[in-house]
Design a protein around this ligand. Structure first.
Ligand code: DGY
Length: 418
C-alpha cells in the first residue's frame, strides 16, 4: 500500500500546475471542475493547504450568476479541442459555458473535517460556503424551472459521463447542420477506439454553438436546449453536496444556508424516487424534452447511491452490483455488459472509473451495505495493481484505457487507502 500511495502522490505532484491540477498532461491541459474537487480529497491526506487551494481556484472562476464552469482555460494550449475561442464566453480568464457534477460541497465538508482544529481552515470553509451554496441555488433556479426537485443537464459533457448510452436517443435529436469544421485533438492523445465518435462530437459542438448564439445567458439555455436530461447520478451528487453543505453550515453557524441546503436535499431525495425502475433494479434518466424515462442500464442509476439512500433502495443497488459482478470481472462497469450499446473500452459505454466506484461505495457504506462497498473497493485496487493509474479500465480484462498518469484516479487511491 505504501508504494501505491507514494506513486499516487507523485502523479498529483506531476500534474500540479501551482494552484490547480490538470487531469493528465496532453489530453486535458486545463482545470476541470469535478476532477479538481475529487483531486482535493487526495491532496488532503498529505498537503491540506494545497487541497484547499485546488477548490479555491475553481471557485475564483465562478460566474456572477452562480454557475461554476466545467473547464477553466488557465493558459493557452492548442492540444485540446474545443478551446476557449470555440466557447467564447467572454470571461476574464476564459472558461467553458456549461457546468459539471457538483461534488465540491461534499469535498469541502471532507476537507473541513480533516483540518477542523486549524482556524485558517475554518476561515477557508467559511469563505467557500456561500459560493458553493450560490452554485446549488443556480442549479435549482435555472435547471429546475418547474420546481420538480431534480435538475437537468443540457449537454452530455455536463454529466461527466460524456458518451453514455443514456444520451443516445436524446443526442439523435440534436442537429449537426451548420457545425463549423473542426479538428479533434483528443484522438491524438488517446486511442480513438476509447473515445466518443466524430458523429457524437458534431452534436456536442452543435450544442456549444447554439448556446454561444444565445450569449451564454444561462437563465435561457435550459428552455432553449433540445437536450435536457435528468440524470440520477448527477442529481445524487447534488443531493449529497446539499446535505453535506447543510452540515458544514451548521458547524459554521450559518443557519440560513443550512436550512436551504437541507430543503434542497430533502426535496431531491423525494423526487429521486420518481426515477426508480423495478425492472432493472436501479434508477433511470428522465428525458425532460419528451417526458419519458430512458431505459438504459448505465452506472448513472447506481451512482445515485452517493445521495445516501433509504435501506431498501441501497439494498437493491447492492444487489444490482452483485449481478453485474457475475458478468464483469471488475465492478462497476459504466454500462451493463449484456445491454445494447455496451463497449468495454469506449469511455463511458462500459469501462470502470475509480471516481464512480468511490462515490458508489461511500454511499453504500453509509446506507449499511458494507460488503458490497468492500467488493467495489477491492476491485478498484486490483485494477490499479494490474493496469496502473489509468483514466478508466476495461471491466472484462482490466486493461487500462484513455489517458495515463491520471490525477483523479491517483487521488481516489490515496483516499481509498488512507
Ligand atoms: C473531454 O474533452 O472529453 C471532456 O470530457 C469534456 O469535458
Amino acid at each position: 500500500h505504501d508504494t501505491l500511495i507514494a506513486e499516487a502522490r507523485a502523479i498529483l505532484r506531476r500534474n500540479d500546475r501551482g494552484a490547480y491540477t490538470v487531469p493528465t498532461h496532453g489530453l486535458y491541459p486545463f482545470q476541470w471542475n469535478w476532477d479538481s474537487a475529487l483531486t482535493a480529497l487526495g491532496f488532503s491526506h498529505f498537503d491540506i493547504d494545497r487541497a484547499w487551494t485546488e477548490i479555491e481556484t475553481l471557485f475564483a472562476h465562478q460566474w456572477p450568476d452562480g454557475m461554476v464552469p466545467h473547464i477553466i482555460f488557465h493558459q493557452p494550449d492548442d492540444g485540446y479541442f474545443p478551446g476557449p475561442e470555440v466557447w467564447d464566453t467572454g470571461r476574464p480568464v476564459p472558461t467553458s459555458g456549461i457546468t459539471q457534477p457538483p461534488v465540491a460541497g461534499f469535498a469541502v465538508r471532507r476537507l473541513f473535517e480533516r483540518s477542523r482544529s486549524d482556524p485558517a481552515a475554518r476561515e477557508r470553509a467559511r469563505r467557500l460556503l456561500p459560493r458553493i451554496h450560490a452554485w446549488h441555488e443556480w442549479f435549482h433556479r435555472t435547471r429546475d424551472p418547474q420546481g420538480t426537485g431534480l435538475v437537468a443537464i443540457i449537454h452530455p459533457w455536463e454529466s461527466g459521463r460524456d458518451n453514455s448510452v443514456d444520451w443516445d436517443a436524446a443526442l439523435e435529436r440534436v442537429p449537426t447542420e451548420g457545425v463549423a469544421a473542426f479538428r479533434r485533438r483528443d484522438t491524438i492523445h488517446a486511442d480513438p477506439a476509447h473515445r466518443p465518435t466524430d458523429e457524437q462530437y458534431r452534436r456536442y459542438i452543435w450544442l456549444v454553438q447554439h448556446f454561444r448564439n444565445l450569449n451564454w445567458d444561462t437563465a435561457r439555455l435550459h428552455e432553449a436546449s433540445p437536450f435536457r436530461i435528468v440524470d440520477p447520478g448527477f442529481n445524487g451528487i447534488l443531493i449529497r453536496s446539499c446535505s453535506d453543505l447543510a452540515e458544514l453550515a451548521d458547524e459554521l453557524g450559518q443557519s440560513e444556508i443550512a436550512a436551504q441546503s437541507r430543503a434542497f436535499a430533502e426535496r431531491g431525495r423525494v423526487a429521486l424516487e420518481t426515477l426508480w425502475d423495478d425492472d432493472l433494479g436501479q434508477y433511470l434518466c428522465l428525458d425532460r424534452a419528451t417526458g419519458g424515462h430512458v431505459k438504459s442500464a448505465s452506472v448513472g442509476g447506481l451512482l445515485a447511491a452517493f445521495a445516501i439512500l433509504p435501506r431498501r433502495r441501497a439494498g437493491a443497488i447492492a444487489e444490482r452490483v452483485h449481478r453485474l459482478a457475475a458478468r464483469a470481472r471488475f465492478v462497476v462497469p459504466s454500462h451493463d455488459p449484456d445491454a445494447p450499446g455496451f463497449d468495454a473500452r469506449r469511455y463511458w459505454r462500459g469501462p470502470v472509473w475509480l471516481i464512480v466506484n468511490y462515490m458508489i461505495a461511500d454511499g453504500l457504506v453509509r446506507s449499511g451495505e458494507d460488503a458490497c462497498a468492500r467488493s467495489i473497493l477491492d476491485d478498484s485496487l486490483s485494477l490499479i495493481a494490474t493496469g496502473g493509474f489509468a483514466e478508466y479500465y476495461d471491466p472484462m480484462t482490466g486493461a487500462p484505457c484513455g489517458g495515463g498518469h491520471f490525477t483523479w484516479t491517483a487521488a481516489m487511491v490515496i483516499e481509498m487507502l488512507s
